[in-house]
Design a protein around this ligand. Structure first.
Ligand SMILES: Cc1cc2nc3c(=O)[nH]c(=O)nc-3n(C[C@H](O)[C@H](O)[C@H](O)COP(=O)(O)O)c2cc1C
Length: 188
């Protein structure tokens, strides 16, 4: 099972980046992180049948198309989804790589809300894109600051790590189930 992870934070010392890196340690298979900061602003004029998508867009679409599951890990800005992540998702709306794909949405925040607004919004966006939002794999992580080890740039909070492992196991199970339903039937 191949996983593609997208982070909604471009910050070098991002706490969501730490969550993402920790989550990947619980994924038993190949995993990649998309460089969504390199994407141009979404513009329908650059998209569609008569247009060749910019190289970073083509790379994102290929990575998404070949993934069995998606993991979105993001902060919340002004009670919303960070523009860089919404931009990346906008590039994937009409090309369809998210259709039927199991997706986990994890938000982390220094506040007690855990980025709940952005989490809800991301789930809605993914559902609109016909992704399979795996509710059991979604998490809102509150008070993220002291849960991150700045030396390793990963989570150090044991309870959060344990819960993250559970979340990732739900995503893996959904990916396996989706792969089983799309696999060709064996010839008799
Ligand atoms: C412009 C701005 C707006 C923010 N708005 C919110 C918000 O609405 N809700 C929230 O939980 N945190 C908010 N935060 C705090 C972020 O959650 C915090 O900076 C977080 O560490 C960013 O994630 P990162 O560490 O992965 O970069 C905001 C931060 C900035 C800079």
């Amino acid at each position: 099972m191949r996983l593609l992870a997208l982070s909604g934070s471009l910050r070098a010392r991002s706490s969501n980046g730490a969550v993402l890196r920790s989550a990947l340690t619980f994924w038993d298979g190949p995993a990649a992180t998309a460089d969504i900061g390199a994407l141009p602003h979404f513009n329908p004029d650059l998209d569609g049948e008569d247009a060749t998508p910019p190289a970073p867009v083509a790379a994102l679409r290929t990575a998404a198309a070949t993934a069995d599951a998606l993991l979105l890990v993001s902060p919340e800005y002004a009670h919303g989804v960070p523009g860089v992540l919404k931009n990346a998702l906008d590039w994937l709306v009409s090309s369809g790589e998210c259709v039927g794909k199991p997706v986990a949405v994890i938000t982390a925040s220094p506040f007690p809300t855990g980025g709940d607004h952005a989490n809800v919004q991301l789930r809605e966006i993914l559902r609109m894109m016909s992704g399979e939002v795996v509710t059991a794999a979604c998490r809102e992580i509150p008070a993220i600051g002291p849960k991150v080890d700045p030396t390793t740039a990963r989570l150090k909070d044991e309870a959060t790590l344990t819960d993250l492992e559970v979340a990732m196991s739900h995503l893996a199970a959904a990916a396996a189930a989706a792969a089983a339903t799309t696999a060709p039937l064996p010839t008799p």
